[in-house]
Design a protein around this ligand. Structure first.
Ligand code: NAD
Length: 485
């Protein structure tokens, strides 16, 4: 039997009458089979959810930070108890290889829940500025709109700091990979979070997402997704004068400086680009290499390509699953075809790939001889497609790294961290990995330019959900002294 999920509103599972109760199907991209149905929510479900979040706000925002931290820890424990089930679900609805679904898609959000709990517990939400007592207070009802590529992580990166700050939330998860969100609702109910603190409405972006972004009862929109979606919610937010945090796309570069160890930089760069079938907003989809190392790099990629044969993502040995949908597959194929038609070449694997017979699989593709003005060099493909491009000197490398409309992430490789960091400071990008430095879930994550302007995770991510209230006191007031700790 295929599961059919309802909305989660005010602590209850609710079927509202939007679109006469119509459903949307959720597909397994490795098999193209339908694995679940969700409700096609609209303005009615959104209105109920926002009303529930508004009702819950006054009590929840007045709780002690330690209470909210305890709920976050309980939620982490509950998700961890069901970790294998979350990983299997995300493997089935996104097509992420199961090993990565366990290590990244599931373990990371559990870690973020725990880190946020500690942070909320340890943060001092009040300070003195002159004769004022300045309190950091929750911004209000948060609309969280999330994509499908790291679905649980992107939900937790909003939900944990929002409820930790004392906000209440209406979540509209991606209609492409919504099951993990509804499993999270079960965990929310199981740990006894008060009704209305977390509400989940399913549906499309054009219907449920747009209705949520435009609802006058919300105080903030935190959106992760495409540039066009981010621009649409920004317009809606502007109408209601609502704060936004936008986490959008990327076209990040891995810059291999002349002094770098080529072998490691190329191997890690390829793995980074192909992670989750290239469906990672921060993926290093352009590899910039010194001109005199260009052909050596292409040769070493040819030898490495065999590791990324597309395969059934539920297999423990799989490194590359399908892309998420038929729409995404057509988009990726279009970018590759367009690049080849414009004169690009692809690195041929030593043995041709054999694609699984069903599912939205595409060959991992490494392109070279690409012009920097070509779409595949400038635009986000969101598939396993890497462009290798030569540069003349480090100024040229910095210019190429910065020449797209995005500025989300990147990597720099050099003989010393000092040299790599000095170069990294020339890049207009929100995060940058120095010689393969690992992801840090406490460091702010977000972008420049069309990659958006929000910051998620850690103390800076928590601050997104806070605003201030200043109380001016008489000079010498005992309240000033009382808080001077
Ligand atoms: P998308 O914009 O199509 O959808 C994202 C979410 O927004 C979904 O829930 C969708 O239903 C909703 N939505 C779409 N249009 C909307 C509208 N007009 N109003 C309100 N809601 C709307 O993006 P996607 O295809 O799900 O995700 C892929 C994109 O997300 C890529 O561009 C990727 O780079 C980006 N992304 C960015 C980050 C980051 O942190 N910067 C992280 C992951 C993904």
């Amino acid at each position: 039997m295929i599961s059919r999920y309802s909305h989660f509103i005010d602590g209850c599972w609710i079927d509202t009458g939007d679109h006469d109760g119509q459903t949307l199907s959720v597909e397994n991209p490795a098999t193209t089979e339908t694995i679940a149905y969700i409700l096609r929510g609209g303005s009615d479900a959104v209105h109920r959810a926002v009303s529930a979040a508004q009702r819950a706000f006054s009590t929840w925002s007045a709780t002690e930070p330690s209470t909210r931290a305890a709920y976050l820890r309980a939620l982490a424990d509950k998700v961890e108890e069901n970790a294998e089930s979350f990983a299997q679900t995300i493997c089935a609805e996104v097509g992420t290889p199961i090993r990565i679904a366990r290590e990244v898609q599931t373990a990371l959000p559990i870690r973020v829940l725990r880190r946020t709990a500690d942070l909320v517990n340890d943060t001092i939400f009040v300070r003195e500025i002159g004769n004022s007592l300045v309190e950091d207070i929750p911004v209000g009802v948060v609309a969280a709109i999330t994509p499908w590529n790291y679905p649980l992580h992107q939900i937790i990166a909003k939900l944990a700091p929002a409820i930790g700050a004392g906000c209440t939330v209406v979540l509209k998860p991606s209609e492409v990979a919504p099951i993990n969100a509804l499993m999270l609702a079960e965990a929310v109910a199981a740990v006894g979070l008060p009704p209305g603190v977390v509400n989940i409405v399913t549906g499309t972006g054009a219907e449920a997402g747009a209705a949520l972004a435009a609802h006058p009862g919300i105080d903030m929109i935190s959106f992760t997704g495409s540039v066009s979606g981010g621009a649409a919610v920004s317009r809606a937010a502007a109408e209601n004068v609502v704060r936004t945090a936008l986490e959008l796309g990327g076209k990040s570069a891995s810059v291999i400086l002349p002094s770098a160890d080529l072998t490691t930089a190329v191997k890690v760069g390829l793995a980074n680009c192909f992670l989750n079938s290239g469906q990672t907003c921060s993926a290093w989809t352009r590899m910039l290499v010194p001109r005199n190392a260009y052909y050596a790099v292409l040769d070493s990629i040819k030898a490495l390509l065999a590791r990324y044969g597309p395969s059934d993502p539920s297999d423990d040995n799989s490194r590359l699953g399908p892309v998420v949908s038929a729409v995404q597959l057509r988009r990726v194929q279009h970018f590759i075809g367009d690049a080849l038609a414009r004169g690009a070449h692809r690195v041929e694997p030593e043995t041709p790939f054999v694609l699984p017979s069903a599912g939205h699989f595409v060959e991992p593709t490494v392109l070279f001889d690409v012009a920097e003005s070509d779409p595949v060099f400038q635009e986000e493909v969101f598939g396993p497609v890497l462009v290798v491009h030569p540069y003349d000197d480090v100024d040229d490398a910095a210019r190429l790294a910065n020449c797209t409309q995005y500025g989300l992430a990147g990597g720099v490789w050099a003989a010393t961290d000092d040299e790599a960091l000095a170069f990294a400071r020339r890049l207009r990008t929100g995060q940058i990995d120095i010689n393969g430095g690992p992801f840090n879930p406490d460091a702010p994550f977000g972008g420049f330019k069309r990659s958006g302007h929000g910051r998620e995770l850690g103390p800076i991510g928590l601050a997104e959900y806070l605003t201030t209230r200043s109380a001016q006191l008489r000079p010498g007031s005992e309240l000033l002294r009382a808080t001077a700790h």
